[in-house]
Design a protein around this ligand. Structure first.
Ligand code: TMP
Length: 218
């Protein structure tokens, strides 16, 4: 058994999760952890190639789900499992919760098929299904997220979706969080950036991911 830790960040586009990754990585490193920072879809050359297709090309929801899980499988085999086996902390911007939220709830694709793909991509291990140990869920009303995103950059295929799509995605995240309350930590992403950062640190301290020193109290 290793003491590797798998931490994911989730939320609808515009919820602000990615803007805290630099600070989180620095905090963990200050506490002596080796951090593997990565993202989905992506994290390997193959998965990054698939990311470009998933984010830009129109496709039906099954094709999209297959590509997302193909990218995830490569990412797990090449990056996540080796890092956890070494005892590293894997800090991953999105994982399978995003598939259930975006392809499942958002696009209305069959959650049972997604669960089967999840078993294929994340199963086959003695320890059972690979899942994050902790998921920080940045919860923000879709209307506010849309305002934050407006004009920020050229939107990709998902960012260009109407607010109704993100209402469904947000509900998808809420359902996932309710079903796995042990793993999920809700972050109120409507607060100011500094307050969101305090919430993140409080959650990590409460879960004993951070020791109460090395800047964690600031
Ligand atoms: P990002 O902008 O946070 O990097 O995420 C990329 C986009 O891909 C975002 O709009 C969510 C979407 N996505 C899915 O639709 N399904 C997935 O499984 C993942 C990981 C991301």
């Amino acid at each position: 058994m290793s003491d590797g830790l798998f931490l994911t960040l989730e939320g609808i586009d515009g919820a602000g999760k990615s803007s805290h990754l630099d600070a989180m990585e620095a905090l963990f490193k200050a506490q002596g952890r080796t951090v593997v920072r990565t993202r989905e879809p992506g994290g390997t050359p193959l998965a990054e190639t698939l990311r470009g297709l998933i984010l830009e090309q129109p496709m039906d929801p099954l094709t999209e789900s297959l590509l997302v899980f193909a990218a995830r499988r490569d990412h797990i085999v090449q990056v996540i499992e080796p890092a956890l086996a070494r005892g590293d902390l894997v800090l991953c911007d999105r994982f399978t919760d995003a598939t259930f939220a975006y392809q499942g709830a958002g696009r209305g694709f069959d959650a049972k098929v997604l669960s089967t793909l999840e078993q294929w991509a994340q199963g086959g291990r003695a320890a059972g299904l690979l899942q994050p140990h902790i998921t920080l869920w940045f919860d923000l009303a879709p209307e506010i997220a849309a305002q934050r995103l407006a004009g920020a950059r050229v939107p990709d295929k998902f960012e260009a979706q109407p607010v109704e799509f993100f209402r469904r995605v947000a509900q998808g995240y809420e359902d996932r969080a309710t079903a796995d309350a042990q793993r999920f930590v809700r972050i109120d992403a409507s607060q100011a950036r500094d307050q969101v950062w305090q919430q993140i640190k409080t959650a990590l301290l409460a879960r004993a991911v951070l020791a109460p020193h090395s800047g964690a109290a600031r």
